[in-house]
Design a protein. Structure first.
Length: 268
């Protein structure tokens, strides 16, 4: 069975407080975008994971697809499987690629072996794998809070717009991103602001990581400026970076950008 684990972007990201467990509570809007990896899972004689495309660092036992398989295997009689991941989405880019791979592994196993796990229960499993993994179970626009693993449904349809996502080959780890953060309560209600016209978002919606990340990596701030110069209605860093995205009302020429960066666009 082949599936296509897609990314998400963060429209706004407020770090509101540090939790006693060391994590942070956030407020954000997660929006799914169809820039994806390719995941294939098949029954096999023994469980094996392989990958192509972008190299995946770390030990096999720490791989999120394998963790997802082992998590379900504890509660269900899963046979051995062959998992192959063609990795397209860059790692450490703030796009949730690894979390999506994990969530899609859960969903694919559920469908392939007809386990009958309800989506709500799949979200509970996904929460054990990572803070934003659960989002990719329903995979629809959500207002996210707590660790980014609890949601409120949100009516947000950006399908008429053109997305441009730029990855400048800078890896920012989660600990690095949070190192400069001073949590604070938001001075606006993101649920209210997101209902405003997109042209108003840049005046109200912020990503708290940008303040410190842009100081350390000025190229990222310049890319955001350039996206606005090219006509973006809204531009921002996604998650903890380093990818940036712009939302446009018309297709744009990205040929020059592709000479310097990894660029994905919904132009086509």
């Amino acid at each position: 069975m082949v599936t296509f684990p897609n990314i998400k972007i963060n429209i706004g990201l407020n770090i509101v407080e540090k939790r006693q467990d060391g994590f942070h509570n956030i407020e954000s809007v997660f929006y799914p975008v169809h820039f994806s990896d390719v995941l294939e899972i098949l029954p096999a004689k023994e469980t094996h994971f392989s990958s192509t495309g972008i190299a995946i660092p770390g030990a096999l036992k720490d791989n999120l697809c394998i963790k997802a398989y082992e998590l379900l295997k504890k509660d269900f009689q899963l046979p051995p499987v062959q998992i192959h991941l063609h990795k397209v989405v860059p790692i450490g880019a703030g796009l949730g690629g690894g979390s999506s791979d994990a969530a899609f592994t859960l969903k694919t196993l559920n469908n392939l072996f007809e386990l009958g796990i309800h989506p709500t229960q799949l979200e509970t499993y996904a929460q054990k794998l990572g803070s934003d993994c659960a989002f990719f179970i329903d995979n629809k626009s959500k207002y996210c809070y707590h660790k980014g693993d609890e949601f409120k449904n949100l009516k947000l349809d950006l399908s008429p717009y053109v997305f441009v996502i730029i990855y400048p080959d800078i890896h920012i780890s989660t600990p690095e991103a949070y190192a400069g953060i001073k949590p604070k309560k938001s001075d606006y209600n993101l649920m209210d602001i997101i209902s405003l016209p997109i042209t108003e978002w840049k005046n109200h919606i912020r990503n708290d990581f940008e303040e410190t990340i842009f100081i350390k990596y000025p190229l990222l701030e310049q890319i955001k400026v350039d996206l606005y110069k090219k006509g973006a209605l809204y531009a921002s860093m996604s998650g903890s970076g380093s990818s940036l995205f712009g939302i446009f009302d018309l297709p744009i020429d990205v040929s020059e950008l592709k000479k310097k960066y990894l660029v994905w666009t919904s132009n086509y």
